[in-house]
Design a protein around this ligand. Structure first.
Ligand SMILES: [Fe+2]
Ligand SMILES: [Fe+2]
Length: 184
């Protein structure tokens, strides 16, 4: 992806997340697990990048930052809990599709709230240079989870992001902190 503005990158990821929900919903029973794993990886990458890079910045920079970000974090935590429960039960669980629709509604409402209450203001309160430097961490995270991996890259991706959603998020957090030059 060519974007170098962090907000453009995150909004493009919101669109990719919507596409992946479509893929999981439409997948045959045999392909559902693989599609769901790609969705879990992308959500781990996306939400962790926001939590590490963008939310702390927005908290300081935008009007009513504490309230806006506390609300977004609460939404993210709720979605993560559901995601973990779904991951544990597996895509063959009888309530998988019901939970998937619930997760989708929650994640999409959350993304709309970010775009409306956080990203608009963040764009107005930051310089292009600031948004470019924040994009570096998001790109490093995104590189860990190509949404349409071609043969050869899939095995490398698997090694990077495996296990439970929480384990994936921990791994993403380490990579972002290394990239952004913070101590893990
Ligand atoms: Fe988010
Ligand atoms: Fe988001």
């Amino acid at each position: 992806m060519g974007e170098t503005d962090v907000i453009d990158l995150l909004q493009a990821q919101h669109a990719m997340i919507r596409d992946l929900f479509d893929e999981v919903e439409q997948a045959s029973a045999k392909d559902r697990a693989e599609a769901f794993t790609r969705l879990v990886r992308l959500l781990a990458v996306h939400e962790t990048a926001e939590e590490e890079i963008v939310h702390p910045y927005a908290r300081r920079k935008i009007d009513g930052g504490d309230e806006v970000i506390d609300d977004r974090l609460a939404e993210e935590n709720e979605a993560k809990e559901l995601l973990s429960r779904m991951d544990q039960a597996g895509p063959a669980a009888p309530d998988f599709m019901e939970n998937l629709l619930m997760l989708r509604a929650a994640v999409e409402a959350h993304a709309r709230s970010e775009e409306r209450y956080e990203f608009l203001q963040l764009r107005a309160h930051t310089s292009e240079a600031e948004r470019r430097s924040m994009a570096a961490g998001v790109k490093a995270a995104e590189a860990m989870a190509p949404t349409h991996p071609h043969p050869g890259t899939e095995s490398a991706t698997k090694n990077l992001l495996v296990g439970t959603p929480v384990a994936m998020m921990d791994r993403v957090r380490d990579v972002i902190r290394q990239t952004m030059g913070k101590k893990p």
